[in-house]
Design a protein around this ligand. Structure first.
Ligand code: URA
Length: 251
Protein backbone atom coordinates (compact mmCIF):
# COMPACT_ATOMS: atom_id res chain seq x y z
CA UNK A 1 0.00 0.00 0.00
CA UNK A 2 1.13 3.50 -0.84
CA UNK A 3 2.82 5.50 1.94
CA UNK A 4 0.76 8.11 3.76
CA UNK A 5 1.46 11.27 5.73
CA UNK A 6 1.68 10.40 9.40
CA UNK A 7 -0.86 13.02 10.58
CA UNK A 8 -3.34 11.74 7.99
CA UNK A 9 -2.90 8.17 9.21
CA UNK A 10 -3.49 9.21 12.81
CA UNK A 11 -6.55 11.30 11.90
CA UNK A 12 -8.03 8.42 9.89
CA UNK A 13 -8.71 6.57 13.15
CA UNK A 14 -11.37 9.20 13.85
CA UNK A 15 -9.98 9.85 17.35
CA UNK A 16 -8.02 12.99 16.49
CA UNK A 17 -8.20 15.75 13.88
CA UNK A 18 -5.19 16.42 11.62
CA UNK A 19 -4.27 19.41 13.78
CA UNK A 20 -4.45 17.31 16.99
CA UNK A 21 -2.34 14.63 15.29
CA UNK A 22 0.30 17.28 14.50
CA UNK A 23 0.32 18.36 18.15
CA UNK A 24 0.71 14.76 19.33
CA UNK A 25 3.69 14.33 17.01
CA UNK A 26 5.24 17.63 18.16
CA UNK A 27 4.83 16.56 21.77
CA UNK A 28 6.76 13.33 21.04
CA UNK A 29 3.80 11.13 21.90
CA UNK A 30 3.78 9.25 18.60
CA UNK A 31 6.07 6.30 17.88
CA UNK A 32 6.59 4.72 14.47
CA UNK A 33 8.05 1.22 14.73
CA UNK A 34 9.28 2.11 18.20
CA UNK A 35 11.04 5.39 17.26
CA UNK A 36 9.68 8.83 18.17
CA UNK A 37 8.10 10.42 15.10
CA UNK A 38 9.69 13.70 14.04
CA UNK A 39 7.30 15.20 11.54
CA UNK A 40 3.62 15.15 10.57
CA UNK A 41 4.62 15.09 6.91
CA UNK A 42 6.67 11.94 7.39
CA UNK A 43 5.57 9.46 4.69
CA UNK A 44 4.81 6.29 6.57
CA UNK A 45 4.17 2.74 5.49
CA UNK A 46 0.56 1.85 6.47
CA UNK A 47 1.89 -1.50 7.72
CA UNK A 48 4.12 0.32 10.28
CA UNK A 49 3.33 0.04 14.00
CA UNK A 50 2.14 3.54 14.94
CA UNK A 51 1.30 4.23 18.56
CA UNK A 52 0.04 7.24 20.50
CA UNK A 53 0.89 7.32 24.20
CA UNK A 54 1.85 3.66 23.93
CA UNK A 55 -1.44 2.59 22.38
CA UNK A 56 -1.14 0.91 18.99
CA UNK A 57 -3.35 2.46 16.31
CA UNK A 58 -5.53 0.47 14.04
CA UNK A 59 -4.81 2.39 10.87
CA UNK A 60 -7.12 2.23 7.90
CA UNK A 61 -6.63 3.69 4.48
CA UNK A 62 -10.37 4.33 4.28
CA UNK A 63 -13.07 4.95 6.82
CA UNK A 64 -16.25 2.89 6.84
CA UNK A 65 -19.06 3.71 9.22
CA UNK A 66 -22.37 2.06 9.99
CA UNK A 67 -24.95 4.66 11.00
CA UNK A 68 -28.39 4.00 12.43
CA UNK A 69 -30.08 6.85 10.60
CA UNK A 70 -32.93 8.60 12.37
CA UNK A 71 -35.81 10.27 10.50
CA UNK A 72 -35.30 13.96 9.70
CA UNK A 73 -31.82 13.72 8.13
CA UNK A 74 -30.98 13.90 4.42
CA UNK A 75 -28.66 11.30 2.87
CA UNK A 76 -26.29 13.89 1.46
CA UNK A 77 -23.04 15.59 2.39
CA UNK A 78 -24.49 19.10 2.12
CA UNK A 79 -28.01 20.26 1.53
CA UNK A 80 -29.52 23.65 2.10
CA UNK A 81 -32.89 22.00 2.84
CA UNK A 82 -32.00 20.61 6.23
CA UNK A 83 -29.60 18.58 8.37
CA UNK A 84 -27.67 15.80 6.66
CA UNK A 85 -26.43 12.50 8.01
CA UNK A 86 -22.95 14.04 8.24
CA UNK A 87 -24.31 16.30 10.99
CA UNK A 88 -24.60 13.16 13.14
CA UNK A 89 -20.82 12.66 13.08
CA UNK A 90 -18.20 14.44 15.17
CA UNK A 91 -16.20 17.23 13.56
CA UNK A 92 -13.03 15.20 12.99
CA UNK A 93 -14.94 12.57 10.98
CA UNK A 94 -16.85 15.18 9.01
CA UNK A 95 -13.53 16.38 7.62
CA UNK A 96 -12.61 13.00 6.18
CA UNK A 97 -14.55 13.30 2.95
CA UNK A 98 -17.20 10.77 3.95
CA UNK A 99 -20.35 10.35 1.90
CA UNK A 100 -23.39 8.09 2.24
CA UNK A 101 -23.36 4.84 0.24
CA UNK A 102 -26.71 5.27 -1.49
CA UNK A 103 -29.69 7.11 -0.12
CA UNK A 104 -32.43 6.68 2.38
CA UNK A 105 -35.37 9.09 2.24
CA UNK A 106 -35.48 11.82 4.86
CA UNK A 107 -38.16 9.95 6.82
CA UNK A 108 -36.57 6.48 6.42
CA UNK A 109 -34.55 5.14 9.33
CA UNK A 110 -31.95 2.43 9.81
CA UNK A 111 -28.79 1.13 8.22
CA UNK A 112 -26.76 3.63 6.22
CA UNK A 113 -23.09 3.13 5.39
CA UNK A 114 -20.76 6.11 5.08
CA UNK A 115 -17.29 5.95 3.61
CA UNK A 116 -14.56 7.81 1.75
CA UNK A 117 -13.69 4.76 -0.35
CA UNK A 118 -15.22 5.69 -3.70
CA UNK A 119 -14.36 2.48 -5.55
CA UNK A 120 -16.01 0.00 -3.24
CA UNK A 121 -18.98 2.30 -2.57
CA UNK A 122 -19.54 2.59 -6.30
CA UNK A 123 -19.33 -1.20 -6.68
CA UNK A 124 -21.88 -1.79 -3.94
CA UNK A 125 -24.32 0.58 -5.63
CA UNK A 126 -23.71 -0.74 -9.12
CA UNK A 127 -26.83 -2.30 -10.66
CA UNK A 128 -24.59 -5.16 -11.89
CA UNK A 129 -23.73 -6.12 -8.35
CA UNK A 130 -27.38 -6.48 -7.22
CA UNK A 131 -26.50 -5.97 -3.57
CA UNK A 132 -29.67 -6.78 -1.67
CA UNK A 133 -31.26 -4.31 0.69
CA UNK A 134 -33.81 -5.47 3.23
CA UNK A 135 -36.39 -3.10 4.74
CA UNK A 136 -38.91 -3.41 7.52
CA UNK A 137 -42.10 -1.67 6.35
CA UNK A 138 -45.34 -0.82 8.12
CA UNK A 139 -48.14 -0.06 5.68
CA UNK A 140 -51.77 1.03 5.70
CA UNK A 141 -53.96 -1.87 4.55
CA UNK A 142 -53.93 -5.64 4.75
CA UNK A 143 -51.06 -7.31 2.87
CA UNK A 144 -51.95 -10.55 1.12
CA UNK A 145 -50.33 -13.42 -0.77
CA UNK A 146 -51.41 -11.67 -4.00
CA UNK A 147 -49.14 -8.76 -3.01
CA UNK A 148 -46.24 -11.19 -2.45
CA UNK A 149 -46.81 -12.68 -5.90
CA UNK A 150 -46.87 -9.20 -7.49
CA UNK A 151 -43.47 -8.46 -5.87
CA UNK A 152 -42.09 -11.83 -7.01
CA UNK A 153 -43.24 -11.25 -10.59
CA UNK A 154 -41.54 -7.83 -10.87
CA UNK A 155 -43.91 -4.89 -10.76
CA UNK A 156 -44.24 -1.87 -12.99
CA UNK A 157 -45.52 1.20 -11.15
CA UNK A 158 -46.11 4.12 -13.50
CA UNK A 159 -42.77 4.57 -15.26
CA UNK A 160 -40.91 2.49 -12.65
CA UNK A 161 -40.07 -1.04 -13.83
CA UNK A 162 -38.91 -3.17 -10.90
CA UNK A 163 -36.94 -6.39 -10.80
CA UNK A 164 -38.57 -9.25 -8.91
CA UNK A 165 -38.44 -8.44 -5.20
CA UNK A 166 -39.27 -10.16 -1.92
CA UNK A 167 -42.23 -9.41 0.31
CA UNK A 168 -42.40 -11.40 3.55
CA UNK A 169 -45.54 -10.61 5.52
CA UNK A 170 -44.99 -10.36 9.28
CA UNK A 171 -48.52 -9.29 10.23
CA UNK A 172 -51.62 -8.57 8.19
CA UNK A 173 -54.46 -6.39 9.44
CA UNK A 174 -55.74 -2.84 8.88
CA UNK A 175 -52.06 -1.94 9.26
CA UNK A 176 -49.57 -4.60 8.15
CA UNK A 177 -45.88 -5.24 8.59
CA UNK A 178 -43.44 -6.89 6.19
CA UNK A 179 -39.85 -7.34 5.19
CA UNK A 180 -39.15 -6.09 1.68
CA UNK A 181 -36.04 -7.29 -0.16
CA UNK A 182 -34.84 -5.31 -3.17
CA UNK A 183 -32.07 -6.41 -5.51
CA UNK A 184 -31.70 -2.86 -6.85
CA UNK A 185 -32.21 0.63 -5.43
CA UNK A 186 -34.39 3.04 -7.35
CA UNK A 187 -35.72 6.34 -6.08
CA UNK A 188 -38.49 5.84 -3.45
CA UNK A 189 -38.73 2.26 -4.68
CA UNK A 190 -40.22 0.54 -1.64
CA UNK A 191 -42.76 3.30 -1.12
CA UNK A 192 -43.72 3.34 -4.79
CA UNK A 193 -44.09 -0.45 -5.01
CA UNK A 194 -46.26 -0.67 -1.92
CA UNK A 195 -48.30 2.39 -2.89
CA UNK A 196 -48.78 0.68 -6.26
CA UNK A 197 -50.53 -2.14 -4.41
CA UNK A 198 -52.72 0.38 -2.60
CA UNK A 199 -50.80 -0.13 0.69
CA UNK A 200 -48.94 3.14 1.34
CA UNK A 201 -45.90 3.02 3.62
CA UNK A 202 -46.39 4.48 7.09
CA UNK A 203 -42.90 3.67 8.35
CA UNK A 204 -39.73 2.38 6.69
CA UNK A 205 -36.46 1.15 8.14
CA UNK A 206 -33.51 -0.47 6.36
CA UNK A 207 -32.29 -3.43 8.35
CA UNK A 208 -29.78 -5.05 6.00
CA UNK A 209 -27.49 -4.13 3.15
CA UNK A 210 -25.69 -7.00 1.44
CA UNK A 211 -23.92 -9.03 4.11
CA UNK A 212 -24.38 -6.40 6.83
CA UNK A 213 -27.28 -6.29 9.26
CA UNK A 214 -28.10 -3.15 11.25
CA UNK A 215 -26.30 -3.52 14.58
CA UNK A 216 -29.00 -3.86 17.23
CA UNK A 217 -26.60 -2.27 19.72
CA UNK A 218 -26.67 1.05 17.82
CA UNK A 219 -29.33 3.41 19.05
CA UNK A 220 -31.00 5.72 16.54
CA UNK A 221 -28.53 8.41 15.47
CA UNK A 222 -25.52 6.41 16.71
CA UNK A 223 -22.69 5.07 14.53
CA UNK A 224 -19.70 2.79 14.73
CA UNK A 225 -16.77 1.84 12.51
CA UNK A 226 -17.10 -1.34 10.48
CA UNK A 227 -14.91 -4.18 11.72
CA UNK A 228 -12.21 -5.71 9.51
CA UNK A 229 -14.36 -8.79 9.18
CA UNK A 230 -17.37 -6.76 8.01
CA UNK A 231 -15.20 -4.96 5.49
CA UNK A 232 -13.85 -8.22 4.15
CA UNK A 233 -17.40 -9.49 3.77
CA UNK A 234 -18.38 -6.30 1.92
CA UNK A 235 -15.39 -6.58 -0.40
CA UNK A 236 -16.03 -10.22 -1.17
CA UNK A 237 -19.77 -9.85 -1.49
CA UNK A 238 -21.29 -10.46 -4.86
CA UNK A 239 -24.16 -12.78 -4.23
CA UNK A 240 -27.70 -11.71 -3.46
CA UNK A 241 -28.71 -12.49 0.11
CA UNK A 242 -31.73 -14.39 -1.12
CA UNK A 243 -31.73 -16.87 1.69
CA UNK A 244 -30.45 -14.67 4.48
CA UNK A 245 -32.92 -14.47 7.32
CA UNK A 246 -33.07 -11.25 9.27
CA UNK A 247 -33.14 -11.29 13.05
CA UNK A 248 -36.68 -10.92 14.36
CA UNK A 249 -37.79 -7.32 14.58
CA UNK A 250 -37.76 -5.85 18.05
CA UNK A 251 -39.28 -2.45 18.55
N1 URA B 1 -37.21 2.86 -0.76
C1 URA B 1 -37.91 3.95 -0.40
O1 URA B 1 -39.03 4.15 -0.83
N2 URA B 1 -37.33 4.80 0.47
C2 URA B 1 -36.12 4.60 1.01
O2 URA B 1 -35.66 5.43 1.80
C3 URA B 1 -35.40 3.47 0.61
C4 URA B 1 -35.96 2.60 -0.27
Amino acid sequence: MEKQRLDKMIASTGKWSRREAKDLIRQGRVLVNGAVARSAEEKTDPAAAVSVDGELLEYRRYTWIMLNKPAGYLSATEDGRGPTVLDLLPENLRRQGLFPVGRLDKDTEGLLLLTNEGGLAHDLLSPKRHVDKVYYARVAGCLTETDCKAFEAGMTVGDLACLPAGLEILSAAAESEAYVTLHEGKFHQVKRMLAGLGKPVLYLERIRMGPLELDSGLSRGAFRFLTENELERLRGFDNPTKNVKCSPKTQ
